[in-house]
Design a protein. Structure first.
Length: 319
């Protein structure tokens, strides 16, 4: 499916233009052509109608999974990775958006629906001045919407980390560890996805490309947002690691207490074992073994030795 928008210099926007109209040059206006899951015939327009470079078209056909920016003689080519909201079970699944850019023309190609393009489309209808009429401003609007999605995802991870961190010192079940491991894995994935985007936007800010110079100050804003996401991911990862360490220390502390009490009980039982073993030896003559009160005397020795050890342990503050 192909949708074409004509952005006039005065702020007016014409949508759903016929493709023949969109392919014609327009004075003081920018055409944005959005291709959703294009057929082979529609992809052929990239070469036959607009003359884009064959290598860029090849990247579109083979679904480029990494963000990139290339400058060709007649146009710029950008690939950015937008979050796929159609797969809630995998919030970090991405959809590549390939963007061809030259003065007066922006062509975006994507294999499926993405929220970022829908957001820009709504902004064109409601607040066209926010998008602007320059081709680079349309690119900025798409990138800004993509990074906004990353920001919302990062905030949801932040809430998960805060909840898990609050449980780290009190919760003993494996669910806490599993939750921390999952959110840590998601944060690592989000940071890995953000870093190429950060490099991409930084190149837009530093580039001498005349097609992008118009929106350089706008790209700086996107760069700030992307940097914040990257830094926040690093911070949340540190919090996750700290929460895991706190949980591990808490478990170890409880285990040490259990082991200490077990050691005390074992130590108290040791003299009892020695005394009972002594009176159980197979000798004919054992002192007090055959006396009337010999049994109670042995019990008294056992209890007395345990009591003496308890006093010593308490005096040394071992429990």
């Amino acid at each position: 499916m192909i949708r074409a928008h004509l952005l006039h210099d005065g702020g007016q926007v014409e949508s759903d233009l016929p493709i023949d109209t969109a392919c014609r040059p327009h004075d003081k206006a920018t055409v944005w052509v959005d291709m959703l899951a294009p057929t082979d015939t529609e992809l052929a327009l990239l070469s036959t109608r607009w003359g884009f470079h064959a290598l860029a078209i090849e990247d579109v056909a083979h679904v480029q999974k990494r963000s990139k920016y290339e400058r060709y003689p007649s146009h710029a080519f950008v690939v950015t990775q937008a979050l796929d909201r159609s797969t809630p079970e995998d919030p970090l699944d991405t959809v590549p958006i390939s963007i061809f850019l030259r003065p007066g023309l922006v062509v975006s190609v994507r294999p499926k629906e993405v929220a970022a393009i829908a957001h820009v489309d709504r902004a064109l209808q409601m607040y066209p001045e926010r998008v602007g009429t320059h081709a680079a401003r349309v690119l900025h609007a798409i990138l800004d919407a993509v990074i906004d999605d990353y920001t919302h995802t990062m905030y949801s991870f932040e809430e998960r980390v805060d909840a898990l961190e609050a449980e780290a010192g009190t919760h003993e079940g494996p669910e806490l560890v599993h939750g921390l491991v999952r959110v840590r894995r998601d944060l690592l994935m989000l940071r890995r996805m953000t870093l190429p985007q950060l490099e991409l936007v930084r190149r837009f800010v530093d580039t001498d490309d005349p097609d992008l110079a118009e929106a350089r100050i706008w790209f700086r804003d996107v760069l700030d947002h992307t940097t914040i996401i990257s830094d926040q991911c690093t911070l949340l990862l540190d919090i996750c690691n700290g929460a895991l360490q706190v949980h591990s220390n808490s478990v170890n502390e409880r285990l040490n207490k259990v082991m200490k009490y077990m050691a005390i009980v074992s130590t108290l039982m040791l003299p009892m074992t020695v005394i009972s073993g002594t009176f159980g030896m197979n000798f004919d003559v054992i002192p007090i073994a055959h006396q009337v009160h010999g049994f109670w005397l042995a019990i008294g020795l056992m209890v007395g030795s345990a009591a003496v050890l308890l006093v010593i342990f308490r005096y040394r503050r071992w429990f």
